[in-house]
Design a protein around this ligand. Structure first.
Ligand code: PBG
Length: 326
C-alpha cells in the first residue's frame, strides 16, 4: 500500500481512453449563429474589427443559413444594419413591416423554415441616440421604453420570428412583451431574455458592425456591473417569473462563474453569448500567429458549454459546426 501511487494520467493515456471519459462535448445543435444583415444584393461587407465576419445582404444570408442548416445549426440571431437617416429617438423603423429585419425574417422563413429565427429586441440599432432605451435629457427612461420594445417584438413576430430576445435590460420588459405578444395572438413566440447582460467593453466590435455605439454616455445605468454576480441571479429569477422561456448570460468567456451560478439557479434553459470582442481577440491573435485559431476557437466554446451553457451564441458557429463534422 505504501508503494501505491494514484495515477490520474492513466485516464489520459490515449485518444480512446480520453474519448471514453470526456464529460463535455460540443455539438452543432448547441449553436446559435449571430448574423449581421445589410440592404442590397450580393453583399458581403467585412467587419474590420471581426476578421472572418461579414455583413450579408438578404440573398447571401439565405444561402449562408441554408449551409449552416446543412451543418446542423438549428438557430440564427439577426442584427440589421439600419441607415442613419432611418434612425430616430423612438426607433420608428423597428416596427416597419417592410423594414430590413422584417424582410429578412420572411425570406428565411420562406426558404429555410426549419431554422429558428431569433430577433434582438432593443432600440440601439434603430435609435438616433444609440441607446437600448428611450433617452431624455441624457437619461435612459425605463417605463416609456417598454411599449416601444413590445411593438418591436410584435413586428418581428408578425414577420415570422420564432423567438424574440430582449437585450435592452429595462426592468419589467419580459412581462410587458409577453403580455403584448399574447394580446396579439403570438402565444407561441418564445422569449429568450438577455437576463444577465453586463456593461462590457467586449461589445465594441459589434457596435462597429452595426454602427450602433451610444452617441453619448454609456450603458452602465441599465447593463450590469461586471463586478457583480448576485445581481445576475436576481435578474434571471425576475425574468423567469415574468415569463422568459430561456435566459442568457453575456458576455460568456469572461463570465463563466456567473454562467455556472445561473445554470444552477435556473429552471429554464440557459444560453451564453460569446460576444464580438471575445471573437475578435482570438481572431486577431491567430492572424498574428500567436494562437492556434482552430484549437482556441474549440477550447473557448467548449469552456462555455462546460460552465453550464445549454446553447451558445457564437460568431464561430458555422466554422465550428463544419469542423465538428470532420
Ligand atoms: C444590443 C446588443 C448588443 C449586443 C447584442 N445585442 C450591443 C450592446 O448592448 O451594446 C452585443 C453582441 C456582441 O458584442 O457580439 N442591445
Amino acid at each position: 500500500m505504501e508503494d501505491y501511487i494514484i495515477r490520474p494520467r492513466r485516464n489520459r493515456k490515449s485518444p480512446a481512453i480520453r474519448a471514453l471519459i470526456r464529460e463535455t462535448r460540443l455539438h452543432p445543435e448547441n449553436l446559435i449563429w449571430p448574423l449581421f444583415v445589410v440592404e442590397g444584393e450580393g453583399q458581403r461587407i467585412p467587419v474590420t474589427s471581426m476578421p472572418g465576419v461579414d455583413r450579408f445582404s438578404i440573398d447571401v444570408l439565405v444561402q449562408e443559413v441554408k449551409e449552416a442548416h446543412a451543418l446542423g445549426i438549428p438557430a440564427v440571431a439577426l442584427f440589421p444594419v439600419i441607415a442613419e437617416k432611418l434612425k430616430d429617438r423612438v426607433a420608428t423603423e423597428s416596427t416597419n413591416p417592410d423594414g430590413l429585419l422584417q424582410r429578412c425574417i420572411k425570406a428565411l422563413k420562406e426558404t429555410v423554415p426549419e431554422v429558428a429565427v431569433i430577433c434582438d429586441v432593443a432600440m440601439d440599432p434603430y435609435s438616433s441616440d444609440g441607446h437600448d432605451g428611450l433617452v431624455e435629457k441624457g437619461e435612459i427612461l425605463n417605463d416609456p421604453t417598454l411599449p416601444i420594445l413590445a411593438e418591436m417584438a410584435i413586428a418581428q413576430a408578425k414577420a415570422g420570428a420564432d423567438m424574440v430576445a430582449p437585450s435592452d435590460m429595462m426592468d419589467g420588459r419580459v412581462d410587458y412583451i409577453r403580455t403584448r405578444l399574447d394580446e396579439e395572438g403570438f402565444q407561441d413566440v418564445g422569449i429568450l431574455a438577455y437576463s444577465a447582460k453586463y456593461a462590457s467593453a467586449f461589445y465594441g466590435p459589434f457596435r462597429d458592425a452595426l454602427d450602433s455605439a451610444p452617441k453619448s454616455g454609456d450603458k452602465k445605468t441599465y447593463q450590469m456591473d461586471p463586478a457583480n454576480t448576485k445581481e445576475a441571479i436576481r435578474e434571471i429569477t425576475l425574468d423567469i417569473d415574468e415569463g422568459a422561456d430561456m435566459v442568457m448570460v453575456k458576455p460568456a468567456g469572461p463570465y463563466l462563474d456567473v454562467l455556472y451560478r445561473v445554470k444552477e439557479a435556473s429552471e429554464v434553459p440557459v444560453a451564453a453569448y460569446q460576444v464580438s470582442g471575445e471573437y475578435a481577440m482570438i481572431q486577431a491573435a491567430a492572424q498574428n500567429g500567436w494562437l492556434d485559431q482552430e484549437a482556441s476557437m474549440m477550447e473557448s466554446v467548449l469552456a462555455i458549454k462546460r460552465a453550464g451553457a445549454d446553447m451558445i451564441l457564437t460568431y464561430f458557429a458555422k466554422e465550428l459546426a463544419a469542423r465538428l463534422q470532420n
